[in-house]
Design a protein around this ligand. Structure first.
Ligand code: NAD
Length: 244
């Protein structure tokens, strides 16, 4: 019996960064892991890495902005592993333009991928999560969902919305056997940082370094596990002290 025996987790954005680290950790703990992403080759590589290490993993092409893709991904998860107990809504994209320079199309895209995705995911997964009797949703927000942050307005708005959507859904599900909590990373060393000046990010982080994806994955794993069984609607910040 391992930490995640009997659990099946769908991790969006699992082909890279924080999602990849979470998928690995859940699989190492004995969960069946489904990686949903739009980067098919990178997603398949993560599946191979997990299965080569003796874990159980499967890849589905899942554009988190598509309700149809979500319904298919949940159905494929159930077909492959017999159910769904855990949903990690992790896929997200950023935008760094100031509000006066942000095109509406760019705003709409960030909101769709980063915010609407969490709504669609929880909606699509709700029946299976409830059926499991012990479901857990982990929504990846950001420290920019708590403080306004220096990034683009669409990103901060989307992450703030994910925080409150998580609490609203957690209350709605509190007696239905599904927990929902949010994680709020600070600056983490992943491809999403792009060409941002990393020294600036390090200098503005009280601990004086970037976080590593595994340090966020540790918290995702905790919220996915039964160790957090009395937590719902909670938020955990993993930001090296940024919001302290
Ligand atoms: P990343 O760029 O390494 O990974 C993001 C993943 O999301 C990629 O695999 C990408 O293909 C996938 N993705 C993008 N659009 C998608 C779509 N439409 N459908 C499905 N998948 C899609 O970045 P990351 O840092 O690992 O980001 C993971 C989450 O953590 C994001 O929600 C991000 O906003 C959040 N976050 C990251 C940081 C950080 O500093 N890295 C800080 C706070 C929050």
């Amino acid at each position: 019996m391992t930490r995640f025996t009997g659990k099946t987790a769908l991790v969006t954005g699992g082909a890279s960064g924080i999602g990849k680290a979470a998928a690995r950790q859940l699989a190492e703990g004995g969960a069946n892991v489904v990686i949903g992403d739009i980067q098919d080759a990178a997603g398949a590589d993560v599946v191979k890495e997990i299965t080569d290490a003796g874990g159980k993993a499967h890849y589905v092409h899942l554009d988190v902005t598509s309700e149809d893709d979500w319904n298919k991904a949940v159905a494929e998860t159930v077909k492959t592993f017999g159910g769904l107990t855990t949903l990690v809504n992790n896929a997200g994209i950023g935008d760094t333009l100031p509000i006066e320079e942000t095109p509406l199309a760019s705003w709409d895209k960030v909101i769709a991928v980063t915010q609407t995705s969490a709504f669609l995911g929880m909606k699509a997964a709700s029946a299976e999560l409830q059926k499991s009797g012990n479901g857990s949703v982990v929504n990846i927000s950001s420290m920019y969902g708590i403080v306004g942050g220096l990034g683009g307005p669409s990103y901060a708005a989307a992450k703030g919305a994910v925080r409150i959507l998580t609490k609203n859904t957690a209350l709605g599900w509190a007696k239905k056997g599904i927990r929902a909590n949010s994680v709020h990373p600070g600056y983490i060393n992943t491809p999403i940082l792009g060409d941002t000046d990393r020294q600036y990010l390090i200098d503005t982080t009280p601990m004086g370094r970037l976080g590593e994806p595994e340090e966020v994955a540790n918290v995702i794993a905790f919220l996915a596990s039964d160790e957090s069984s009395f937590m719902t609607g909670s938020e955990i910040v993993v930001d090296g002290g940024y919001t302290a």
